[in-house]
Write a protein that binds this ligand. Structure first.
Ligand code: BT5
Length: 260
């Protein structure tokens, strides 16, 4: 993985890049470095995580030397409620990079899953955004990216959304360094569009969730309805069965039993 340094032509992302053969969690290390003053664009990568995390402290599983495991430090000029833009940016960058390197066509399952769509969504990559906030700005954010590259999905154990990998989709292995270089280059290019309409527009165009009947388990409520759109910061707009609109900024979306 360390050969990535020769391949990077980025402006900001990966100017400083630290490789670990094994680490607890690249996100934890990136947060530690960010709180100690690491520069924007610092990237931590690893070939193995012994304590890889998903959201809500769920486990992220990646057998050694098979996956892309990376975390990026950002110091964006964003208000706290806009921090979701970094999740949008990195999920879109992962989609674009994988499509460019492999030719697969991918989608995004709101809010953070990169998926291959067949009769249902198969999860190929996950994004974990963690922030340090003041009342009116993001001090720093760490976005962790896990991509299933050369792994047998059966090795991942029980998963919420069925999992897949690039090798499973393509029937051949994919070079993890080429893929990571492409992901970091896409993040670097999209970072110039962190503000403005391009990012939410391109991200929304990839959402497999829109138009579907969904069940949303949010922090405060659970509801069922049609996912009609997203707002500029990525919140999901759902029309419930009584016709009322709800804006959901965080939660879990699953395809509803009603649409089965
Ligand atoms: C995510 O969480 O999808 C965010 C994953 C972020 C992982 C990266 S790896 C580099 C960085 N360092 C870290 O420690 N984390 C980040 P979530 O949506 O909560 O999905 C977690 C759930 O996905 C788990 O509860 C499992 O059901 C399932 N899962 C675990 N490993 C998986 C895998 N490799 N592929 C697909 N699903 C998986």
């Amino acid at each position: 993985m360390v050969r990535i340094r020769q391949q990077l032509r980025t402006r900001i992302i990966g100017r400083e890049l630290l490789y670990h053969s094994a680490i607890g969690s690249t996100n934890d290390e990136a947060k530690r470095m960010a709180s100690a003053g690491a520069n924007e664009g610092t990237v931590i990568i690893a070939d193995e995580q012994t304590a890889g995390r998903g959201r809500l402290d769920r486990r992220w599983v990646a057998p050694v030397n098979t996956c892309v495991l990376a975390s990026v430090v950002f110091r964006p000029r964003l208000a706290p409620r806009q921090a979701t833009r970094l999740t949008m940016l990195c999920s879109l960058a992962v989609v674009k990079a994988i499509e460019a390197v492999t030719g697969l066509v991918l989608g995004i399952k709101w809010p953070n899953d990169v998926v291959v769509m067949r009769d249902r969504a198969f999860k190929l990559a996950g994004i974990l955004t963690e922030t340090a906030l003041t009342s009116d700005q993001v001090l720093y954010a760490v976005v962790g990216i896990g991509i299933n590259v050369n792994v047998d999905p059966a090795e991942l154990g029980p998963v919420v959304t069925p999992a897949t990998s690039l090798r499973a989709e393509l029937g051949r292995p994919v070079d993890r360094v080429d893929l990571l270089a492409s992901v970091l280059a896409e993040i670097d290019a999209l970072y110039a569009h962190l503000a403005g309409d391009l990012l939410p527009t391109q991200w929304a165009a990839r959402l497999v969730t829109l138009g579907q009947t969904v069940r949303v388990a949010g922090r405060r409520q659970e509801l069922e309805g049609i996912a009609e759109g997203v707002d500029a910061d990525g919140a999901l707009i759902v029309r419930d069965l009584a016709g009322n609109l709800h804006t959901i900024s965080a939660g879990e979306v699953s395809q509803s039993a009603l649409s089965a």
